[in-house]
Design a protein around this ligand. Structure first.
Ligand SMILES: NC(=O)c1ccc[n+]([C@@H]2O[C@H](COP(=O)([O-])OP(=O)(O)OC[C@H]3O[C@@H](n4cnc5c(N)ncnc54)[C@H](O)[C@@H]3O)[C@@H](O)[C@H]2O)c1
Length: 270
């Protein structure tokens, strides 16, 4: 979906944290699109990024559209900084309703290539960070009657499309989502997961040839290319009260890639 500027009150009065709310380079990544869409839906958004200039870029977009947002520099692999992030959201906006755990990295090395320090770094960034931000956010959400946590996994946690460390961490995010949803549902905290497919974002565009880009697009059932806005719109739904009876789900936003093996292997002919 393209970036269609449409404002609403779907998240009016809500306070959201988005981690990795900038983009690693020019263009719009999942975190940036999600933060912009949250603000357009009326939320006040704390834009968390370990590169403050990335968060500031998102803040300037939101403020230019009349939205409410501020930046906060934090590395989500640091427990202290995860706590500071949650405390800052409360200090600046009074309460916390939504946490979008978007930070994720991949290094594309096999198990025979990857160093174990690198393995640990990917696990800390993609998986442990989700537990660390949530452990500080959940009590503050409960104080305010509940909340919504959205964890960004990947279809790499469901089917084999990426490297082992990334795939394992993203499968872990799915398991963590389900366990947290079961643990905290009675306190009014919903926990859901988005599994983006082969979205065209700054995270991948630097390493894609035109041919590779076309193959990614054609592998899905819809045969169209996804953008960060598609991921962001799913996050708006899961953040809003429209999804008040939805918890513990894994929502693939992938144009049907995970059910479309015959598009990847048309010679099967079924
Ligand atoms: N693009 C795809 O095809 C695709 C597919 C599936 C899943 N995903 C997932 O989407 C998410 C990526 O979203 P994006 O497009 O916003 O990514 P991005 O690479 O543009 O990164 C967003 C921001 O995260 C920040 N960041 C990196 N490490 C951080 C850390 N330790 N602490 C705080 N901030 C940090 C970066 O500075 C950057 O500004 C990841 O979880 C990724 O695994 C992407």
């Amino acid at each position: 979906m393209a970036d269609v500027i449409s404002k609403s009150d779907r998240l009016a009065g809500k306070v959201a944290i988005v981690t990795g709310a900038g983009s690693r380079s020019e263009g719009v990544g999942n975190g940036k699109a999600t933060a912009v869409l949250f603000a357009r839906a009326g939320a006040s958004v704390l834009l968390v990024d370990n590169e403050i200039t990335h968060a500031e870029e998102t803040r300037s977009i939101i403020e230019s559209e009349g939205g409410v947002a501020s930046s906060f520099q934090a590395d989500v692999t640091s427990e202290d900084e995860c706590k500071a992030m949650v405390d800052t959201a409360i200090e600046r906006y009074g309460h916390l309703d939504i946490l979008d755990n978007n930070v994720g990295i991949s290094l594309r090395e096999t198990v025979t290539e990857i160093g174990m320090d690198t393995w640990d770094h990917i696990m800390a960034t993609n998986l442990k960070s989700v537990a660390m931000t949530s452990r500080f956010a959940i009590p503050r959400m409960i104080e305010n009657g509940g909340g919504s946590i959205i964890n960004i996994s990947s279809i790499a946690g469901i089917v084999s499309v990426a490297d082992p460390a990334y795939s394992a961490s993203k499968a872990g995010v799915i398991g963590l989502t389900r366990a947290m949803a079961a643990d905290h549902g009675r306190d009014g905290v919903r926990v859901n997961c988005i599994a983006p497919g082969l979205v065209y974002t700054p995270m991948v565009e630097y390493r894609l040839s035109d041919e590779h880009r076309a193959r990614r697009k054609n592998a899905s059932a819809l045969g169209t290319e996804g953008t960060a806005w598609d991921v962001g719109w799913a996050a708006v739904f899961l953040a809003s009260d429209e999804s008040r009876w939805v918890s513990g789900v894994v929502l693939p936003v992938d144009a049907g890639l995970t059910i479309a093996a015959r598009h990847s292997y048309p010679e099967w002919g079924v």
